[in-house]
Design a protein around this ligand. Structure first.
Ligand code: CP
Ligand code: NVA
Length: 308
């Protein structure tokens, strides 16, 4: 069994095998109803717990549907209705859940909770987003890029905005899969330096370019995300908006990227803030392909975790 905790903790060969299995499973479903079961039922007889300590639309629905397509069943739990939120240790929760379910996906706050759960669980644990990273999202994003444009290795990815959890997983992926990554945002919202160091140590070209127009020059992919993440205090909202406004992804910015550059956003978006409607609904945008690919990427991640 394998845990899927982070992209930098997962072997590049495993990442490649997950991406290729996701693509095959997606192709095998072409033209079928969303509720139809896959021909193969690798999760038959398996129960998967989906734990949410933060809100979710895509992660919740795509994991739930993915498990059912593969023949398994799910239990969707929120942190506040579990003893986890009322003082029971994460280690004890991990030991107890491992007696009932075959796999655990958790969306939580600090990654320490995820790591403690994984340390004490005897079933696979999947990271469905922490304050620090969002690896399932970036697996879907890589799948989306490669479907549209071929191998991502050697391509230029530019992130405009907050150096947040989603950016960190992009930095991990740059190191593992060999693409160039440019961060463009204000210094107070710089990314986790250890993620940049990881990517550089693996040989990826990683740059910080403060001028967003210069940053996106020659970009194959431009990415942004919300200016205020779920774990950020609402009291920082106005300051963040003021700091991040120059990094909005709009048509004026996109003309500096390659003509065939893609635009991605993990969603949910605040239209008119981090990205304009013209970009979100424009010719470069693949935001709904990304959302769909959460389903296919996570099905492949679950199969890899259970080795089925
Ligand atoms: N992108 C993403 O993880 O969306 P949700 O918060 O809706 O799950
Ligand atoms: N950075 C965002 C991603 C949401 C999917 C957050 O953590 O709220």
């Amino acid at each position: 069994m394998n845990h899927f905790l982070d992209i930098h903790k997962t072997d590049p060969d495993a990442l490649r095998s997950i991406l290729s299995s996701a693509q095959s499973m997606k192709e095998a479903r072409q033209g079928r109803s969303k509720g139809a079961r896959d021909d193969e039922q690798p999760l038959a007889g398996r129960m998967v717990a989906l734990i949410f300590e933060k809100p979710s639309t895509r992660t919740r629905v795509s994991f739930d549907v993915g498990v059912r397509q593969m023949g398994g069943e799910t239990l969707v739990l929120t942190g506040s209705e579990m003893q986890l939120g009322h003082g029971e240790t994460i280690a004890d929760t991990a030991r107890v859940l491992s007696r009932y379910v075959d796999m655990i996906m958790i969306r939580t706050f600090d990654e320490e909770a995820l790591l403690e759960l994984a340390e004490h669980a005897t079933v696979p644990v999947i990271n469905g987003l922490t304050n620090q990273s969002h690896p399932c999202q970036i697996m879907a994003d890589i799948l989306t890029f490669e479907e549209h444009r071929g191998p991502i290795a050697g391509r230029k990815v530019v992130w405009c905005g907050d150096g947040n959890n989603v950016f960190t997983s992009f930095a991990h992926a740059a190191g593992q899969l060999g693409f160039d990554l440019t961060f463009s945002g204000p210094p107070p919202l710089d990314p986790d330096p250890s993620a940049l160091e990881f990517a550089r140590a693996k040989g990826a070209r990683v740059e910080i370019v403060r001028d967003p127009l210069a940053a996106v020059e020659g970009a194959d992919l431009v990415v942004t995300d919300t200016w205020v993440s779920m774990h950020d205090s609402q009291t920082t909202r106005e300051r963040r908006h003021n700091q991040l406004r120059p990094y909005q992804v709009n048509e004026r910015l996109m003309v500096h990227a390659k003509d065939d550059a893609l635009f991605m956003h993990c969603l949910p978006a605040h239209r008119g803030e981090e990205a304009t409607n013209a970009v979100m609904d424009g010719p470069h945008s693949v935001i709904f392909d990304e959302a769909e690919n959460r389903l296919h990427a996570q099905k492949a991640i679950m199969r890899w975790c259970l080795a089925v």
